[in-house]
Design a protein around this ligand. Structure first.
Ligand code: ADP
Ligand code: MG
Length: 245
């Protein structure tokens, strides 16, 4: 059974694209056939993050225009043979209908075990419908109170629309939290958002360094450990939530 994972947040810049790229890489390296679909129209970045800049022949725009078959439009990432990407159209004005994406994801379930949808921030009509219908919604927030409140609003809306499969990812957590295992700070965020925690990712310069170059995260980085724990939890493995590394 394949799983569609939507990565979403109320505010921009929370780390959705970085999380999609690093999580996709982690799942692929663990042997799972994984596809990242980039739905942040006009702000394509996944080609750079995955080291595929200049190597994308087709994108979602070609699929929506009907000039290319979906599977053919996906590109295998050089870093990991189990990882493919379907990049956002370079034209920011392409119209996206929820039913088109629904069709695309259903078709791709035949080929991939995990389909990660990297969304744009906030509540945007058709993307919202797509996210609501996913098997798992990752609500991404940073510890910033404004961001936490926006995460709550997003999550409330998804619950209202009937999606109970939401998990919280706290990104850019201060390293102090990791060094001293200060769960109290995290508990306050979890209580405000009202969604079960899937994982905490530290603020780690290794992440922009890797995604900026389109290289894998260094295996000695804290970020790498965080993504490896999150990917295993998604697969149902019991990895304790202790943040101590
Ligand atoms: N855990 C992290 N530690 C340090 N920098 C991060 C982390 N996660 C994301 N970033 C940086 O934050 C910025 C926004 O991330 P991005 O993934 O583009 O967010 P979004 O897709 O939500 O807009 C980028 O510069 C990215 O490198
Ligand atoms: Mg993004």
């Amino acid at each position: 059974m394949s799983k569609i994972i939507a990565v979403t947040s109320g505010k921009g810049g929370t780390g959705k694209s970085s999380i999609s790229a690093c999580l996709g890489y982690a799942l692929a390296k663990q042997g799972n056939r994984t596809l990242i679909i980039e739905l942040d129209f006009g702000l394509r970045c996944m080609d750079i993050m995955l080291g595929m800049q200049g190597n994308i022949t087709y994108d979602l725009g070609d699929v929506l225009e009907g000039t290319c078959d979906v599977y053919k439009a996906t590109t295998t990432v050089k870093l990991a043979s189990n990882l493919s990407v379907l990049c956002a159209p370079s034209d920011p004005f392409v119209q996206l209908k929820a039913e088109d994406i629904e069709k695309i994801t259903q078709e791709m379930r035949k080929y991939f075990e995990y389909i990660i949808i990297d969304t744009s921030a906030g509540i945007n009509g058709s993307v919202f419908d797509i996210v609501t219908n996913s098997d798992l919604i990752l609500i991404v927030t940073t510890p910033d109170p404004v961001c936490v409140r926006d995460a709550r609003m997003m999550s409330d809306e998804f619950y209202k629309r009937g999606n109970q499969k939401q998990r919280l990812v706290i990104n850019k957590a201060n390293k102090r939290i990791f060094e001293f295992d200060e769960m109290d700070d995290l508990d306050a965020i979890i209580d405000t958002v009202g969604v079960q925690l899937l994982g905490v990712i530290p603020e780690d310069s290794a992440i922009p360094l890797a995604t900026g170059k389109g290289a894998p995260l260094s295996s000695s980085s804290m970020g790498f450990l965080a993504f490896s724990a999150i990917s295993r939890r998604i697969k149902g493995e019991h990895i304790p939530l202790s943040i101590k590394v």
